[in-house]
Design a protein around this ligand. Structure first.
Ligand code: KG4
Ligand code: ZN
Length: 333
């Protein structure tokens, strides 16, 4: 029998300080997430400098808690992983510096992980049977990508947003209708009480790119022009239009790469309307849809540990002068 491989993974790319212990890439022994949402809420979004300072304050406690919960010692860890991009540079640096210091002091390999590759890998934890190749729709606060996952560490971008990310559009729409930050979960909930009544623009290109700034502006204009707005109906209409665009492009991409497996990943993959509509649209074409359990949709270190494991197996370890790369492109590591 092969020896188990234990990873200690760190994620600090935005406003979550998270540390996880992951066994063999797919088994989560602990996944501690210290969220800063309450701190940033009053500013209507993440304030980078405050995020970095909070990561510095929290990181050692979160590491201790993750080890304790997993009942694992530092000596038992095989390698250290961290997100090194994309994200907020000051926030990323806390995780990268901590991981480098640990790798150096403990004489263990270091594996730098691309944040989006982490989101994709969250699906391996929830779906033990999922293996590449498959198509993944990545929808988060900072990214909207259609990715062909050729192998565990091999990715091809088929389409991406030309302006706002989907989660960003959710957050901005929520702010303008007075729902606060983060907007996605609030719109998800309120839309269930509304009907699709507002006609909102949907943008399609000849290729598989996305654009969400038009629909966001249309919502903002409606709110400023109309005397009476039904916020639940507006949320339902916004969610429906965005979901339709995401599904149409995803199905086109699935046909292009000839796959019958579609995964969704990133914060917006928590959206109940997107999940159910993607599933029913795919089902009629005989395609299977995968999405992570809710806690693994938004930022967490377990997904970084899952992605790191496959890099580690391929010998893709990072040098100890690894730096944070705020605009890191997928597949570049
Ligand atoms: O992946 P994530 O935690 O951070 C980034 O890597 O960006 O995604 C956060 C985004 C936020 O924009 C948040 O509003 C959105 O995911 N989100 C949702 C839902 N839950 C989180 N959007 C729609 N419906 C949800 N249920
Ligand atoms: Zn994320």
């Amino acid at each position: 029998m092969q020896k188990d491989i234990l990873c200690l993974a760190i994620e600090t790319s935005c406003d979550e300080t998270s540390v996880a212990i992951v066994k063999n890439g797919r088994e989560v022994l602990s996944n501690i997430i210290s969220t800063q949402i309450d701190i940033h809420k009053k500013y209507g979004g993440v304030v980078p400098e405050i995020a970095s300072r909070n990561h510095v304050e929290n990181i050692t406690y979160v590491i201790d808690e993750a080890l304790e919960k997993a009942n694992v010692t530092l000596e038992e860890i095989d390698f250290i992983a961290c997100t090194y991009g994309p994200g907020l540079v000051g926030a990323l640096l806390v995780g990268v510096s901590t991981a480098k210091a640990m790798a150096y002091a403990l004489h263990k390999p270091l594996v730098g992980v691309h944040h989006i590759e982490g989101h994709i890998a969250a699906n391996y934890i929830t779906h033990q049977e999922l293996t590449p190749p498959y198509l993944c729709l990545v929808v988060s606060g900072g990214h909207s990508h259609l990715v062909y996952v050729k192998d565990y560490t091999e990715f091809e971008i088929l389409g991406k947003t030309r302006d706002d990310a989907v989660g960003e559009a959710f957050d901005k729409v929520a702010r303008v209708v007075g729902l606060g930050y983060p907007g996605g979960p609030k719109i998800d909930k309120l839309a269930k009480e509304g009907k699709v009544t507002y006609h909102l623009p949907k943008t399609f290109f000849e290729n598989l790119d996305f654009s969400f700034s038009g629909i966001k502006t249309a919502v903002i204009n409606l709110v400023h022009k109309e005397k009476e707005i039904s916020v639940p109906d507006l949320c339902a209409s916004f969610e429906d239009a965005v979901t339709d665009v995401l599904i149409q492009n995803t199905l086109k991409a699935a046909e292009l790469v000839k796959t019958d497996k579609i995964a969704i990943a990133g914060g917006v993959s928590a959206n109940s309307y997107l999940r159910s509509h993607m599933e029913s649209a795919a089902e009629t074409l005989g395609l299977k849809v995968y999405y992570p359990e809710l806690v693994l949709c938004t930022d967490n270190a377990a997904m970084i540990g899952a992605a790191a494991y496959y890099n580690y197996l391929k010998g893709k370890v990072s040098p100890l002068d690894l730096n944070a790369v705020p605009n890191l492109k997928i597949g570049e590591n």
